[in-house]
Design a protein around this ligand. Structure first.
Ligand SMILES: Cc1cc2nc3c(=O)[nH]c(=O)nc-3n(C[C@H](O)[C@H](O)[C@H](O)COP(=O)(O)OP(=O)(O)OC[C@H]3O[C@@H](n4cnc5c(N)ncnc54)[C@H](O)[C@@H]3O)c2cc1C
Length: 551
């Protein structure tokens, strides 16, 4: 099993705060070794003259369930590698507090995600550019997707070869995933063998970020390739508390390792890659954010920035679940045999990302040429992210709305960096009520697919919603009772050129010198699909912007 080794020497040698002794000055300090942070660590340290420090709050990625793809079902709830956030009670979801897992480990969320490799729709990026973010249109982003990628199918106009991110076809898939694709085609949807070429619409198998049957996180792909460099220092279990701002410039970061306070200085830049929850939290803890809110928590305002923590949005997801009449689901798989086959041969169900097949479709409510629905099919019963076990065999169809209009925000709970930010996701709150109506259609479409002939030999009773009531009112009640995140929060350090934008189109924090944010939080609007590959492409572009090599 391949693991990312720890360059742990850094912990022992890091000096104490407040003095900046020799060895604590770096050119670039990267906060967070997630999807974006690992890309930056690799690219920026490629020039041996750059001293690069990468600080990660979580541990190294040693756990076997990180590397074994099907381990995701065991991994998501593990405390040690997950920030385990919970939203505030959601007004439109029966006052429920939703669980938001986020990776806290080398690789960040790319070490705990479902590995589906999706870029989104061309229009997503063209819209970012049309809003003033020059250079972020799809044609400008495609070279970054291709640069990061090694697609095992080989290169073409859309796909890259030789990049650090291995993209593969699944080695194993459950027979029900095939039936699902047939059922979708029978229901009138096109078949699609590649969601990441010119046309993303249709149904098929996902390509996955895996290599040799193992998860290929950004730690495995980008960090492993750079770990021998002496100019790159990686410190795990290093919790960054604050960026120090002096005279409008980011000069240093303060962090803790094993309770010891440390400080490192940045000669060039501090780059926040903490993800959509932690990056805005860290900006606020550093005095950059809505002024009244910071003062309320006794934080000195370094730069009033009303947009920090605003524009939070996510893909809200419904799970339609049917029982399966045949004992072929992942609900009753032999863990011992699966484990043996995986560890000995890197074959079998252990290599499955579980969400093997899916698709993109336009509902009758779609507002433009983009699909507004995404589906992930899981050959098992999923309830509460798989945390609640339901006995027996079943199959689940996730469906989410790809262009949500509802917006939430984040607040500090306190000035204590260890206190999780308060998350107000504000799902289903858009004034047009479009988000709810699209999800109602998503449940209807899910039922239609489950009731296609291809499932006749497998379909049992409907578990969720489970009432055979197709009315708007009944489906809406189900959505309020059961909807969950499909794990794609973005937008909280929005890129733009208006007064409320947090970063400019070069990802520099407005009003501060030497500070950038590079992660999923900079997306002005969420992409129409999963967010890992887009975040990696954002980081690839950021490297060019930082190094002055952008086209
Ligand atoms: C369960 C799950 C399933 C998903 N499935 C898919 C999928 O199949 N396909 C897909 O494309 N996307 C998927 N996603 C989403 C995707 O993985 C994320 O959007 C993406 O990884 C976000 O990248 P990021 O760089 O913004 O943040 P992250 O990858 O979350 O990285 C942030 C890193 O910063 C660290 N950090 C934060 N604060 C601090 C601090 N103060 N000090 C030091 N370190 C800090 C964190 O520990 C973390 O390692 C999934 C996500 C989850 C959680």
């Amino acid at each position: 099993m391949r693991q990312t080794p720890l360059l742990g020497y850094a912990m022992a040698r890091a000096p104490q705060c407040p003095g900046a002794a020799a060895g604590t000055m770096f050119d670039y300090i990267i906060v967070g070794a997630g999807s974006a942070g690992c890309v930056l660590a690799n690219r920026l340290s490629a020039n041996r003259n750059h001293r690069v420090l990468l600080l990660e709050a979580g541990p190294r990625d040693w756990h076997p369930f990180i590397h074994m793809p099907a381990g995701i079902s065991k991994l998501v709830a593990r405390k040690g590698v997950n920030w385990n956030y919970n939203t505030e009670p959601e007004p439109a979801l029966d006052g429920r507090s939703l669980w938001w897992p986020r990776g806290k480990v080398l690789g960040g969320s790319s070490s705990i995600n479902a590995m589906c490799y999706i870029r989104g729709h061309r229009r997503d990026y063209d819209d970012w550019a049309a809003e003033g973010n020059a250079g972020w249109d799809f044609d400008s982003m495609l070279p970054y997707f291709r640069r990061s990628e090694h697609n095992e199918r080989g290169p073409d106009a859309f796909h890259g070869s030789g990049g650090h991110l291995n993209v593969a076809d699944l080695r194993y898939s459950n027979p029900l995933s095939k039936q699902f694709i047939e059922a979708a085609v029978e229901s009138g949807f096109p078949r699609n063998g590649d969601f990441n070429d010119a046309d993303m619409e249709g149904f098929g198998y996902y390509q996955v970020t895996q290599k040799n049957g193992q998860r290929w996180s950004t730690a495995a792909g980008f960090l492993n390739a750079a770990r021998e460099r002496t100019n790159l220092k990686i410190v795990t279990r290093a919790m960054v508390d604050r960026v120090q701002i002096e005279n409008g410039r980011a000069v240093a970061v303060e962090y803790r390792v094993k309770g010891q306070r440390q400080r490192a200085e940045a000669a060039r830049e501090v780059i926040l890659c903490g993800g959509a929850i932690n990056s805005p939290q860290l900006l606020m803890l550093s005095g950059i954010g809505p002024a009244d809110h910071l003062r309320q928590h006794g934080i000195e305002v370094r730069h009033a920035a009303a947009g920090v923590g605003q524009n939070l949005h996510d893909h809200l997801d419904s799970c339609t679940v049917y029982r399966c009449t045949q004992p072929i689901t992942y609900d009753r798989i032999s863990e011992v045999l699966t484990g043996l086959r995986y560890f000995l041969f890197r074959q079998g169900p252990g290599t499955s990302n579980v969400a093997e097949a899916g698709g993109f479709a336009r509902s009758a409510l779609a507002t433009d040429e983009r699909p507004d629905l995404q589906f992930h099919f899981v050959p098992a019963i999923l309830d509460d992210h798989g945390r609640r076990r339901v006995p027996g065999d079943g199959m689940t169809l996730h469906a989410c709305h790809l262009q949500p209009r509802s917006r939430g925000h984040l607040e500090l709970a306190s000035a204590d960096p260890d206190a999780p930010a308060r998350i107000f996701a504000n799902y289903l709150s858009d004034t047009e009520d479009l988000d709810r109506r699209v999800l109602v259609e998503a449940v209807r479409t899910s039922r239609r697919i489950f009731n296609a002939r291809a499932f006749d030999a497998f379909r049992g009773v409907e578990l969720f919603p489970g009432d055979n009531d197709d009315s708007d009112a009944a489906i809406t009640a189900f959505l309020r009772r059961k909807c969950e995140t499909v794990y794609h929060p973005v937008g909280t350090c929005r890129m733009g050129t208006d007064a409320k934008a947090v970063v400019d189109p070069t990802l520099r924090v407005n009003g501060i010198i030497g500070l950038r944010v590079v992660d999923a939080s900079i997306m002005p609007k969420i992409v129409s699909g999963n967010t890992n590959a887009p975040t990696i492409a954002i980081a690839e572009k950021a490297c060019d912007l930082i190094l002055g090599t952008a086209q």
